[in-house]
Design a protein around this ligand. Sequence first.
Ligand SMILES: N[C@@H](CCC(=O)N[C@@H](CS)C(=O)NCC(=O)O)C(=O)O
Length: 203
Amino acid sequence: MKLHSHAVAPNAWRVRAFLAEKGAEIDTVNVEFDKGDTQTEHYLAMNSLGQVPVLELGDGTALPESIAICRYLESQFPDPALFGTGAHGQAWVEMWNRRMELLIMNTVGNIGLHALPFFADRVHQVAEFAEAQKKTLIERWAWLDAEISDGRPFVAGAAFSVADITGMTALKIADIMELAVPGDLAHVKTWEATVRARPSWGA
Ligand SMILES: N[C@@H](CCC(=O)N[C@@H](CS)C(=O)NCC(=O)O)C(=O)O
């Protein structure tokens, strides 16, 4: 197995954090966007979107999409389980991972896509959309705050899971744009301090 990654790309970090939580190490190659590494014929055959991460498997197949890679790695490195255990646990992690991705990570990602100069020649940027998404992001953090006000330590319950890693990925993107979680959201702030302190944060 070989992971095609990038030093600061959030979705590549997401997979590295997942591996770090497993205590697993695999071959990793650093891909440089600026040097055209993702636009070669070889790379585009692995991922037609020309993005990281990609997991190259021993049988010659290549798996793009960070969450699909995490799913695959869960089967290769089962402990600790990060996609939940049992019917109830797995369903709850799935639900919370989806919510963290669709409602929070995608919102902060949209701000980056529509505001950062790096993406100017990659997407049709709409500055007003970036500004509107900043307001939405604050509403979504507030929604999460209410959801986890029952005192659970992690977003899907008592156990750390891939849903927390997706939330951490949102924080990584937010850091790039200096978009702090509002200080009055005590429950999210507690969760944030907990996940930032995990060794995987530095993956
Ligand atoms: N849905 C994809 C998104 C991958 C993605 O957006 N990768 C970004 C870095 S986080 C990338 O490679 N951007 C470079 C580019 O688009 O040229 C996943 O989660 O794997």
